[in-house]
Design a protein around this ligand. Sequence first.
Ligand SMILES: Nc1ncnc2c1ncn2[C@@H]1O[C@H](COP(=O)(O)OP(=O)(O)OP(=O)(O)O)[C@@H](O)[C@H]1O
Ligand SMILES: [Mg+2]
Length: 477
Amino acid sequence: MAENDQKDKTVEKVTGEVENTDKKENNEDRYEKVCFICHRPESVTGKMIDLPNNICVCPDCMQKSFDAMNNMNFGGMDYSQFMNMGPMMGFGDMDAQIPKSQRVKKKKPEEEKEPILNIKDIPAPHKIKAKLDEYVVGQEYAKKVMSVAVYNHYKRVATDTMDEIEIEKSNMLMIGPTGSGKTYLVKTLAKLLDVPLAITDATSLTEAGYIGDDIESVVSKLLAAADNDVDKAEQGIIFIDEIDKIAKKKNTSQRDVSGESVQQGMLKLLEGSEVEVPVGANSKNAMVPLTTVNTKNILFICGGAFPDLEQIIKERLMKNSSIGFGADLKDKYDHDKKILEKVTTEDLRNFGMIPEFLGRLPIVFTLQGLDEEMMVQILKEPKNAILKQYQKLLALDEVNLKFDDGALHAIARKAMKKDTGARALRAIIEEFMLDIMYEIPKDDSIGEVTITEAYIEGTGGPLIELRSQSVPRLEHH
Ligand SMILES: Nc1ncnc2c1ncn2[C@@H]1O[C@H](COP(=O)(O)OP(=O)(O)OP(=O)(O)O)[C@@H](O)[C@H]1O
Ligand SMILES: [Mg+2]
């Protein structure tokens, strides 16, 4: 009886598998064949030789195998014998299956290949900026610079065949205090343009061969963001955050594997080069297939807070003006909020960025620190503003949530004190909303809540209005 059961199961299993392979084969078609030995895809190696058990070997490796065997004096070994070695060598059960996440999608055949970004589709700078305006408050200059740079970049990509006048790449360097919207700007931009985006922390990068991610791993991240589609990845955006953390260290005698060497390693990437990247993993090893990505059309945006940069700029400005009649007072620039805008490449070099690196980031711009008014706007204006989120949540309970202007300013003032930019807003508002979100659903008769300045300052409570009896309320369960 038990034996019969067993048999039934095996039969089931076998038929199940047959169906599976059918599906698999259809599915397989979209993926490139990968050499079993060297893991390069067919688009690189040329036509694969199919062996039994779904194993493919590229002509190079095949030739090498034969050569090796001949050298070992196996002599006269013929092809058919080699084929039979498959199962003998234990290839059989491996099924040559490299997981999908590690495989490159086949390039679409030429004729149906449409440019991802048609030059006609590329929105004009003012349109890009208008879209950014819906999400990002203030930072007018940064938004303008980015819109133009992105527009030019994709124009350059779309026109591809440049004659003598080759348009240079518009890689960007973004400088701004913490929480002022650097990462947010780039994320929003990538979303609007519908291009793949990879965000990496420069701090995690080290020179190849050391512990940490090697520099080329940023490209494989982008490839992953593009669903392993090389064409898409080649038009994506790579954002390298915390770029100030890889400044050249002053006064060290040790080898600087995570600072200056990373800058150096990044040079050819920024400029445009062919990079061999592992597919579906961020380190190269023997078991991971490789593919080639050209970084020529990838837009690089580097961002950082550059904390001591202000001091460097001040010193330079003071030096210029401390001689002769024009000598300034010592603290002239101490309260200058816009001091960062005066940054020059010289300052950045003094900060510890190497000239070659800066040379490959032609567009440098700064973001302003947020002031109280901008904080208030961030609370209520962007498309997915924090206030709108809470209002939506409470609206589901049919409660109308309102904020006094005074309350918003009080929240903004509290956030300003924390010096972490707009990040502080969320934390503060969360704290005050906790009680509201907890208490309101208890009482079905509440129709409207107004958050007042007094509530935020801790001297009073929110204003609560009961719903008029005439409006029936949905039952709570
Ligand atoms: N100008 C802005 N407009 C709208 N929202 C903003 C703005 N600046 C910041 N925010 C909000 O604050 C959050 C944090 O900003 P972001 O992550 O961009 O900071 P950052 O400049 O990258 O700081 P860091 O240097 O610490 O990485 C964002 O997710 C966004 O919600
Ligand atoms: Mg950031």
